[in-house]
Design a protein around this ligand. Structure first.
Ligand SMILES: *Cc1c(COP(=O)(O)O)cnc(C)c1O
Length: 377
């Protein structure tokens, strides 16, 4: 639920048009929660989830490090006060000239999942530390990351050995179990793979030291989620199961879990209609849709909680859609959303738990709609 500070902002400032408000106190609480649940892991906030300068500055002040995907994100983390040794370039897909720019800015930790990426880094970032990303199944994630990132653990062994042979520091293994992961045991299989890579390379005289356990920690949307402590306990037991008493240095990279529940979007009902006189499903068109920041409704993967001024009235099924002239701009249709029958044009609604992956996904001016405005309190 939106905090009082967020609701006060909407009530007093009355911002025009759809907008996101993030409560920094909630981000602060989330950081403390992860710090406590995973006391032995370094926290690298995944900047792409929400790069608002105030959020980055707060997290930098609290001691967080940063997972970045581009030179611009690296510069944002530096501007927020993070030193380069607290920044990783975690994208496995980088132009060589961007690797060179990151190196010039002082970044020394890079992700790879392929031999050619290792060659780029060896050419322009001599002596840098690299970790190799391995594939995961993504099972149990509501927003899986598919096979786009990572290679098999067997290939990771050779990629890291190659990095070592080119004068780089083969630092370790990374993975991402998939975003909005609701299975607290999902880290186990990936940690088993990581420990296998450690053992084989140790036998070849290369001592890895780092396991980057990625993000995946969920935000509560409509359904309850396990507490951060449950993730911490499960990860800790998987680490000891697979690494025994020789625990590697570990990193976690929460994005969604760090900022998701800190944000609320205010939107407006533009039209409520039916497609025929006897249609029992209403169409509710909002002033925000897939191109205004709600891209994670793709395939209806993420179902956001809606709060309306008519809550408590009788409800009925609705297709919920955005305002643009693109037929893909429909949020929920396969599984209609129950909304009050009294909902009407001009009603202001709140879309909860929208602090992550909203502003960064919003288009610049599709159909002339401006990008999602954002405020922090
Ligand atoms: C996106 C991303 C994250 C954050 O994932 P969440 O599921 O939002 O926590 C972490 N690490 C990497 C490499 C990513 O690409």
């Amino acid at each position: 639920m939106a905090t009082q500070r967020v609701m006060d902002f909407f009530a007093t400032r009355r911002p025009e048009g759809p907008c996101l408000v993030v409560d920094l106190d909630v981000v602060r609480d989330n950081y403390a929660t992860y710090r406590k649940a995973l006391p032995d892991s370094a926290i690298f906030y995944a900047v792409k989830a929400n790069p608002a300068p105030e959020i980055l500055r707060l997290l930098a002040d609290l001691g967080s490090s940063f997972d970045t995907a581009s030179v611009v994100e690296i510069e944002m983390a530096l501007d927020a006060g993070a030193s380069p040794d607290r920044i990783s370039y975690g994208n496995t897909i980088k132009k060589e000239r961007d690797i060179a720019r990151a190196y010039a800015l002082g970044v020394r930790l890079f992700a790879v999942d392929a031999f050619e990426e290792v060659e780029k880094i060896a050419r322009v970032a001599p002596g840098a530390r690299v970790f190799c990303r391995v594939l995961t199944s993504g099972a149990g994630a509501e927003w899986p990351l598919s096979r786009k990132f990572g290679c098999t653990p067997e290939m990771a062994i050779d990629v890291l050995q190659y990095a070592h042979s080119l004068g780089l520091v083969a630092a370790g293994v990374s993975f991402h179990v998939g975003s909005q992961m609701t299975d607290t045991n999902a880290w186990d299989a990936a940690l088993a793979d990581a420990s296998m890579v450690f053992r084989v390379l140790e036998a070849r005289g290369i001592q890895l030291t780092l396991v980057n356990m990625g993000g995946g920690f969920p935000t509560r949307y409509l359904k309850d989620i396990p507490a951060a402590e449950a993730y911490g306990a499960s990860i800790h037991s998987a680490l000891t199961r697979h690494f025994g008493n020789r625990l590697p240095r570990t990193i976690v990279e929460p994005g969604r879990g760090m900022v998701g529940n800190a944000g609320t979007i205010k939107a407006e009902v533009v039209l409520v209609s039916r497609k025929s006189a006897d249609d029992n499903v209403r169409w509710v068109y909002l002033d925000i849709g897939k191109f205004g920041g709600l891209a994670e409704t793709m395939d209806e993967a993420i179902r956001y909680p809606f709060v309306t001024p008519r809550d408590g009235d009788a409800t009925g099924p609705c297709v919920v859609a955005g305002p643009t002239c693109d037929s893909a701009d429909v949020l929920y249709e396969k599984k209609p959303y129950d909304l009050p029958l009294t909902l009407t044009v001009g009603d202001e609604i709140f879309i909860e738990a929208t602090g992550a992956y909203t502003t960064t996904y919003s288009a610049v001016a599709f159909n002339g709609f401006p990008p999602l405005k954002a405020y922090v309190v």
